[in-house]
Design a protein around this ligand. Structure first.
Ligand code: RFL
Ligand code: PHB
Length: 396
């Protein structure tokens, strides 16, 4: 078998890259370990930056997002019982974010892939990448007991944090940067109307709270919990009670409770690997970096990598610009580190850290007072939240 680009992983980054390359007339093969239903069962991101929204439109997969997604021009913070609106659009020259779940983005991309007729093979195992330093690398995998081998020009490693792509790069080439946070997020999805029209990021002495949503009738809430907590210890009743304790009176009275559709605990991690390429292998999305979800940046950074890689590969195939291939890692990382910084900053600002010194707690409080109390502070938060601009590949 032969193709131009093998994409490992059919999460949002693999599927979006596949769609953009396919539209540009570049042949791709997508290989995914799980089944489509399994991939769609993962409840993850909910907020799309304006750049991600633009990219989904460019890929021609935005019809349902534009009809059903909710455009948010603001977000709220809450601390010391005080609600602080952040008018995102006013502070960023008209930019906004879109509330549209990762599950829906993935579903739209899967449908587009299927109608395009371009190949995507689910349920593969034993994926192996060889000859990645040559001009014709190979990818070997097993499907239904049969071993297949594909020769290609490039491999895109879109296989998430636990994938094989990053592990293919020799250890002495990679430099890893990591910080593991001392708590996790317990998330709950419920078919209840959201407690507030805007998302609320709340600092509370019992721990951070996020009031998010998927639609006007579906809510997503998160509670900061110790890493020792198990999801089985959290009945719906206990979750709602704890959420109410961390919200001010007006909100807790308005909160509509109900049966949970999903509950899970996610540990928080900050991680970046450098470089994001080796020979003809490019790492994309969670395969190269992880952020704590506080800044809503994980999926958006994955889309940012896709934006750069897609444009670079188009320049290569359509205009013979081989010089750009070597620039992918640095271009992607410039934006990744800014996303890491914002996610780190938001996590620091809003969570409760039991082992912090009294001095450090005062610094954290002063940060909240400053950033949420000044227009300059709020503008900094707003421009990062809606997403920093992409560099223009075509003019490099
Ligand atoms: P994914 O989604 O992990 O997809 C990788 C795919 O690769 C497959 N795979 C393999 N396939 C073949 N062979 C192998 N050997 C393979 N190994 C793995 C996997 O099965 C999978 O299908 O990575 P991708 O595409 O880079 O996308 C990244 C995003 O999923 C992730 O960054 C976000 O979900 C993070 N995130 C958020 N991001 C945001 O931008 N905004 C948010 O509001 C937001 N909230 C969140 C989040 C992540 C969360 N969790 C649970 C980690 C909230 C949570 C709770
Ligand atoms: C979500 O809705 O899942 C969500 C929203 C904003 C975040 C993190 C998660 O910062």
């Amino acid at each position: 078998m032969k193709t131009q680009v093998v994409i490992i992983g059919a999460g949002p980054s693999g599927l979006l890259l596949g769609q953009l390359l396919h539209n540009a007339g570049i042949q791709t093969l997508i290989l995914e370990r799980q089944t489509p239903d399994y991939v769609l069962g993962r409840i993850r991101a909910g907020i799309l930056e304006s750049g991600t929204v633009g990219l989904l439109r460019e890929a021609g997969v935005a019809k349902r997002m534009d009809a059903e997604g909710l455009v948010h021009h603001g977000v709220e913070f809450l601390f010391n019982g005080k609600r602080i609106p952040v008018p995102l659009s006013e502070l960023t020259g008209g930019k906004s974010v879109m509330v549209y779940g990762q599950t829906e983005v993935t579903r739209d991309l899967m449908e587009a892939r299927q109608s395009s007729g371009a190949p995507a093979i689910y349920g593969v195992s034993d994926v192996r990448i060889d000859d990645i330093k040559s001009d014709s690398p190979t990818v070997t995998f097993t499907k239904g007991g049969e071993t297949c081998r594909v020769t290609c020009d490039f491999v895109a490693g879109c296989d998430g944090f636990h994938g094989v792509s990053r592990q293919t790069i020799p250890r002495e080439i990679l430099r890893e940067y990591e910080s593991v946070w001392p708590f996790g997020w317990l998330g709950m999805l419920a078919d209840t109307p959201p407690v507030n029209s805007e998302l609320i990021y709340a600092h509370h002495e019992r721990g951070f709270v996020l009031c998010s949503q998927r639609s006007l009738t579906r809510s997503r809430y998160y509670l900061q919990v110790p890493l020792t907590e198990k999801v089985e210890q959290w009945s719906d009743e206990r979750f709602w009670q704890e959420l109410k304790r961390r919200l001010p009176e007006d909100l807790s009275q308005k909160l509509v409770t109900g049966h949970s559709l999903e509950k899970s605990i996610a540990p928080l991690r900050s991680y970046v690997v450098e470089p994001m390429q080796y020979g003809r292998l490019f790492l994309v999305g969670d395969a190269a970096h992880i952020v704590p979800p506080t800044g809503a940046k994980g999926l958006n950074l994955a889309a940012s990598d896709v934006n750069y890689l897609w444009r670079i590969l188009c320049q290569y195939y359509q205009h013979g610009r081989a010089d750009l291939l070597d620039r992918y890692s640095q271009l992607a990382l410039n934006r990744v580190w800014k996303g890491e910084r914002f996610s780190w900053f938001m996590t620091h600002l809003l969570h409760d850290f039991q082992d912090k010194s009294e001095f450090d707690k005062k610094m954290q409080e002063a940060d909240r007072q400053y950033y949420l109390g000044s227009r300059a502070g709020l503008t900094t938060i707003a421009e990062n939240y809606v997403g920093l601009p992409y560099e223009a590949v075509e003019s490099l």
